[in-house]
Design a protein around this ligand. Structure first.
Ligand SMILES: Nc1ncnc2c1ncn2[C@@H]1O[C@H](COP(=O)(O)OP(=O)(O)OP(=O)(O)O)[C@@H](O)[C@H]1O
Length: 290
């Protein structure tokens, strides 16, 4: 596996408040990472840090093994970013905006841009100021994809999109990933989108990536467990949380793969465990519970 983004001990404070706390994250080529976290967790701060938009300690972020402030022009041109709030040139028409923007990118694919505009019903002769919120978001997505990036970073790219358009966009990302093995990091609050396209989940909590795992691995292990019998030494099972005691035993939630399997826990404690699989959304609610 080739590392595309490597983050080591990234910290960021605003007005004395620590938002990112010695955060570490490695993104490998071809991964599609859904960045999850509650409102205010620091997702935008992390994404903007990767994009070099934050004042940071030197050399804590590398892309393609280069510190982000030393990336070559060709490398910078291979990164596309869709921010949460982008200033667009509202007085321009869509086609004028793309003509202007394309000059900066050697690999700009105008044919592909026009195909996406047509497919997604965006009139290229319209002024940007006359587009709806969702249409402006489509414009930004088309702009980012037409650069033909190797690394695509999106901050809540679908908040303004209707379900049909969201589905179209997600399909395009999956197609690009299959065809060109691009690497994608996207933040979202829509767990079903993560389930649909992400290969991995990065959960940002308390300033750190608290959980980083393949979506399939999380889905395999996420479960509510009902334990018949008594476990005295609960602390050793740190993949089980939210313990509740009842007459004949305990209930708990398994949020990730632990160092003890269910059958090991049964054997070690002479208990019987029933494991009930949990949806990804329920898993997310459990792991981000205050
Ligand atoms: N420029 C800034 N100055 C001061 N505080 C900031 C600034 N930008 C963000 N913050 C604070 O940093 C924290 C993280 O904000 P951030 O926008 O990174 O979170 P987020 O996870 O993207 O949130 P959301 O899911 O709501 O978009 C919040 O408490 C926010 O108020």
């Amino acid at each position: 596996m080739t590392s595309i983004v490597e983050i080591h001990n990234l910290s960021k404070t605003y007005d004395g408040n620590l938002i990112l706390d010695n955060l570490n994250l490695t993104i490998e080529q071809g991964q599609i990472i859904g960045l999850l976290g509650r409102n205010g967790a620091g997702k935008t701060t992390l994404i903007e840090s990767i994009m070099g938009l934050k004042d940071l300690k030197k050399n804590c972020i590398h892309i393609w093994q280069q510190p982000i402030n030393e990336l070559k022009k060709s490398q910078l041109q291979s990164i596309a970013f869709v921010p949460q709030n982008q200033e667009l040139f509202e007085w321009m028409k869509v086609n004028e905006y793309f003509d202007y923007f394309s000059v900066f990118f050697e690999k700009w694919d105008n044919l592909y841009a026009q195909q996406l505009l047509n497919r997604w019903n965006l009139n290229s002769t319209k002024k940007i100021s006359e587009l709806s919120g969702g249409q402006k978001q489509i414009l930004q997505i088309v702009q980012a994809l037409s650069v033909k990036p190797k690394l695509l970073i999106l901050d809540e790219p679908v908040v303004n999109l209707d379900p049909n358009m969201r589905r179209e966009f997600l399909k395009e990302i999956v197609d690009l990933s299959c065809e060109s093995n691009i690497t994608v990091l996207f933040s979202t609050h829509i767990i079903s989108d993560v389930e649909r396209i992400a290969s991995h989940i990065a959960l940002l909590n308390n300033g750190k990536i608290e959980i980083f795992d393949a979506v399939e691995t999380i889905q395999t292990h996420a479960a509510s467990v009902v334990i018949q019998g008594t476990i005295t030494n609960k602390e050793q099972y740190n993949h089980l949380t939210q313990w509740e005691d009842f007459d004949q035993g305990h209930k708990a939630v398994m949020t990730q793969k632990g160092n003890h399997s269910i059958s090991q826990i049964e054997c070690e404690n002479n208990v019987t465990i029933q494991s009930i699989p949990m949806s990804l959304e329920d898993w997310y609610l459990e792991v981000t519970r205050a």
